[in-house]
Write a protein that binds this ligand. Structure first.
Ligand code: GTP
Length: 209
């Protein structure tokens, strides 16, 4: 097991109205589900947040941003600065169906990629998902420069990297379905309601007929 797993949890959750990472789905928090899926894949996990007390219950190191109020890029920046690992698996804290299988695939592809590849980013239904993706440690330098220049959008940084996009929707059978579900993210209360509905449906499906 190599690599650092980085769970981004330093946002305001303004659209949701309460902390997305701590929402309960299927008897556990969203951050708990992500930790469970990432732990078998990465040698070490960290939480990226300015509020260590809030995440003390995870038992994981909580890494503060150096650029306050600069959004997810600042969280990735602080984690890459901290990291001693070649590859770093980032996941934002709003993916209730985070999947070990997707994390494993991304890290396997990253480890096997040629030296020129900076990042491995899944693409689902035509959209790149840079907040569930693997980044080389060396991309810190470019990210630091972007933040110094006042850039704040994740794409401002990833557009400058040599990205290997991975079309996960084309994976066969259940793998494509699981990856698509893993990329479902929640921003608003209606997304949470949808996640609860999906969790109930999936629980129902997985019961023996
Ligand atoms: N470390 C860190 N993480 C952040 C920051 N802003 C957002 N994130 C995380 O990045 C991911 C995507 O965040 P968004 O959904 O765009 O923003 P958010 O603040 O969580 O939610 P909104 O306030 O509704 O926009 C989430 O996992 C956030 O916790 C930040 O300033 N620092």
């Amino acid at each position: 097991m190599n690599g650092l797993g980085v769970i981004l949890a330093g946002g305001q959750s303004q659209r949701m109205g309460r902390n997305k990472a701590l929402l309960q789905i299927g008897g556990r928090t969203v951050i708990g589900a992500i930790i469970e899926a990432m732990s078998p894949v990465c040698g070490q996990l960290v939480v990226s947040s300015m509020q260590p007390d809030l995440y003390a219950f995870t038992g994981l190191p909580v890494i503060p941003d150096s650029y306050e109020g600069a959004g997810p890029l600042a969280g990735i920046h602080a984690a890459l600065d901290y990291s001693e690992q070649r590859w770093n698996l980032v996941c934002s804290c709003d993916h209730p169906f985070a999947s070990r299988m997707l994390f494993e695939q991304l890290m396997d592809i990253a480890e096997q990629a040629d030296e020129t590849v900076d990042a491995v980013i899944p693409v689902y239904e035509g959209r790149g998902q840079p907040l569930v993706a693997a980044y080389r440690k060396r991309t810190f330098a470019q990210l630091d420069y972007c933040l110094q220049q006042g850039e704040r959008r994740v794409r401002d940084w990833t557009d400058k990297l040599n990205v290997k996009p991975i079309e996960v929707g084309e994976w066969p059978d259940s793998r494509g379905f699981e990856a698509g579900l893993a990329l479902f993210n929640m921003n608003r209360p209606e997304d949470y309601a949808e996640a609860l509905r999906l969790a109930a449906e999936l629980g129902h499906r997985s019961r023996p007929q």
